[in-house]
Design a protein around this ligand. Sequence first.
Ligand code: ZN
Ligand code: ZN
Length: 275
Amino acid sequence: MKPQHRFSDTHAHLCDEAFDADRDAVLRAAADAGAQFITEIACEPDNWAKAEALSKANTGFIHCAFGIHPQDCHKLDDASFLELKKFLSLPCAKALGEIGFDYARCDNSQESQRSAMSRLLALANERALPIVLHCRNPFDAASGPDAYADLFSSLREVWKPQGKTFSGVLHCFSGMDRDAVSALDLGLALGANGTATYPKNDPLRDTFRKAGLKNIVLETDCPYLPPQSKRGKRNEPAYIPESAAALAAVFNCAPEKVMESALENSIALYRLAGN
Ligand SMILES: [Zn+2]
Ligand SMILES: [Zn+2]
């Protein structure tokens, strides 16, 4: 039986080796659960061609974002930059990302992350593509610099937002109220995933409530960050309804409404209408 609801996964890493054994089954399960489309985030040069092939084999269901994750920003050189431009010219390329700052578990210096970010944001301007942003504070947030503050200042310095509704997405949003306000000011949607289901994350759910459904898209970041009932397991797009249910409780509405709103937002974000 077809599910009553429809949703999209705006941020998946299905080319990850965690899916090598059963990728097709995972895609079928996603479609059976109500997924209308999935955005594959290819953010490591080795994955760009794989993501293109995955999208080609699933046209209309999977499209791609191509970029370089802050954890891999040491791989950004003239050759890979040229290669990235090539992938961003493909019809399946709907965004540049994920790019950004990771101060939690990253070997690359903050300085090298900042210089990669400037170069990649200039490319986003040139191509007028939406951007997919990654931002993580140090585990002990009080101990280090604020990744969100650095992200917003680099966006304000370099980036020219060019979307009608959204110019990009701050995926796996985990910031505070003030970070959500800055993100929305810049024309970014907020990406909500399994972390919105974790019992300790009341402040995060409250920040999403203040941001409003009209600014939220749903994502998995799979294979990472499964929702509460799947903690410790591999995440996959079919689990999105659990995250939607956690937000529905906050917005006092049906999960279907959260999924439908997020789906519409994701179509605007990745400019899919009419495609
Ligand atoms: Zn990320
Ligand atoms: Zn990701």
